[in-house]
Design a protein around this ligand. Sequence first.
Ligand SMILES: *[C@@H]1O[C@H](CO)[C@@H](O)[C@H](O)[C@H]1NC(C)=O
Ligand SMILES: *[C@@H]1O[C@H](CO)[C@@H](O)[C@H](O)[C@H]1NC(C)=O
Ligand SMILES: *[C@@H]1O[C@H](CO)[C@@H](O)[C@H](O)[C@H]1NC(C)=O
Ligand SMILES: *[C@@H]1O[C@H](CO)[C@@H](O)[C@H](O)[C@H]1NC(C)=O
Length: 442
Amino acid sequence: MDLSSTCKLSRLFGCFFTPLTCKCCVALVTIALFFRAIFLHSFSGYGVIKSNNLRLILSPSLHLESHEGIRGDKFLEVPQIVWGLNNQKIAFARACLTARMLNRTLLMPSLSASLFYKEIDLLHPISFDQVFQYERFNSLCNRFVRLGRYSDLGNQTRKYDLRKGSGRKWTVERDLEQLKQSSRGPIDKYQVISMAGKNPFLWHDHWPVKDYARVFECLVLVDEIAKEADKVVSKIRRIGRKLRSKTNFGAEGSSLSHAPYVAIHMRVEIDWMIHCKKLEQRSRISQICCSKQEIMERVGNIVGLGSTAIVYLAVADSLLNDSSILDGWKRGLVPFEKKKLGVDGIYKKHSYLIQSAIDYEVCSRADIFVGNSFSTFSSLIVLERTQRVIRRGITSSCGIDVRWPSYAYNIPGESNGPQKWMTNMSDSNLKAISYGSNAISC
Ligand SMILES: *[C@@H]1O[C@H](CO)[C@@H](O)[C@H](O)[C@H]1NC(C)=O
Ligand SMILES: *[C@@H]1O[C@H](CO)[C@@H](O)[C@H](O)[C@H]1NC(C)=O
Ligand SMILES: *[C@@H]1O[C@H](CO)[C@@H](O)[C@H](O)[C@H]1NC(C)=O
Ligand SMILES: *[C@@H]1O[C@H](CO)[C@@H](O)[C@H](O)[C@H]1NC(C)=O
C-alpha cells in the first residue's frame, strides 16, 4: 500500500493526518503489530486479555484492510450474457475481470436460460443468483472481484456508455487501451460504466488462465440445482454398486462402498459433426472429430480401468433415442445416458441452461472424465478437475496415477487409449486451453 492511499484510508476513520504524521501512524501500527505478535507468542497464558486489548487498539487497521480490494461505489454494467452454459461462464468471468481491471463492482448480469443461436426470439433472461449463489460468490472471490446488485446504486446515477469496437481493426491492443483509458481520468468519475457492443464472449481476452480459474472457483450452484445433480450422481453410484456386487461378488470388500464411474462428454451429434469437419478444414488439424466407434474403442483401452465400470454418456438430447450409442462397448463397460438411467424426468423440469449445469456437475465429479479437447464444455470440466488435483499438491498428473484423471478422446494416447489431459494453468490466455486447441499439456 502506498503512502497516499494510507492517508486516504486514515481519513475514513476520522483522522486527518499530514503525510508526515501519516508516516508515524504507519510506524505505530507496525510497532503495535510487532508487540501483538510477541504477546501472542510468549505470553499465551495472558493471551486472551492482552490480545483483546490490542485488538481494540488495532481495530482501525483491521477495518482499513476491508477497504482494499475492489471499490464498492463504482460499477460496471454488461449486456445480457448469452450462448451455452460454458460460453456464458467464460463471458461472465471475462466481465468480472474487466470490472476488476477498472476496479469496479460488476452489476449482477443476466444469464440466458435458452441457447441463443437456436432460439433468438426466446433469450429467456435468468438472473445470475437463480443459478449461482450470490453471497457465496462474493465471499469466495473477496478482494479479487466483486458482484453488486442494482439496488446498491444511488438515485442519481451517472452512466458512461462504453462502446466496444468489433471487426478486424478492433485489435487486442486497441481494446486494452480503451479499458486503460476508462480506468482513469474523467470516465472513472462516473458511478456506472455501461458496456455496449457485441456479447462479452467475443470481447478480447486479456487475462491469464489462473485469473479465469479464480473466478470459476467462486461459482457455486444454488442448492436447488445442486440437489438435482446429487440425485443423478447418487443414481449412477447406486447402479454402479449393484453392478459391482454382482460381478465381483466377495472379491474386493472395500470397492463395494465406492462405485467409480466414467463420464464421457460424447459429441457425435450431427450439428457437432458438421461443425468439427469445418473446423478441421479451417485449422488444418485432423484430430477434432471423433466417431462413435473411435470413442468406444479408446475409452475401452484406458489403462487401469477396472474390469467393470459404469459409463455415463453426456450426450445431446437428439441422441437419446439412438440406441447405437449404447451398443458396442467393451465387455465390462456398462453405458447409460439419462434416459436409460431414468433421470430424464429430473432434467426435463429445467431450462437448457440448468440441464447443462447438472450435466456439468455429473461429469466434473466422475472418477474418470473423457471429453473432446475442442469443446468448451469438456475444457472447463478438465480445468476444474485440474484445480482439484493441484489443490492436493500434485502439479502434474500426466504421467502418474492420480484421482480424477481426465482424457481427451480425440487425441490418441498410450495403448490406443485416449490421451491424458490436464489444463496448463500457467497459460497466458483461456483460448489456448479451452477452444480451438488440442494442447492438452500431457
Ligand atoms: C481499488 O481501489 C482501491 C481504493 O482506491 C484500492 O485500495 C485497491 O487496491 C484497488 N484495487 C485494485 C484491484 O486495483
Ligand atoms: C430514491 O428514489 C426513490 C423512488 O424514486 C425514493 O423513494 C427514495 O427516497 C430516493 N432515495 C434517496 C436517497 O433520494
Ligand atoms: C424419442 O422417442 C419417443 C417415442 O419413441 C418420442 O416421444 C420422443 O419425442 C423422442 N425423442 C427425441 C429426442 O427424438
Ligand atoms: C504451459 O504454458 C506456458 C505458457 O504458455 C508454456 O511456457 C509451457 O510450456 C506450457 N506447459 C505445457 C506443459 O504445455
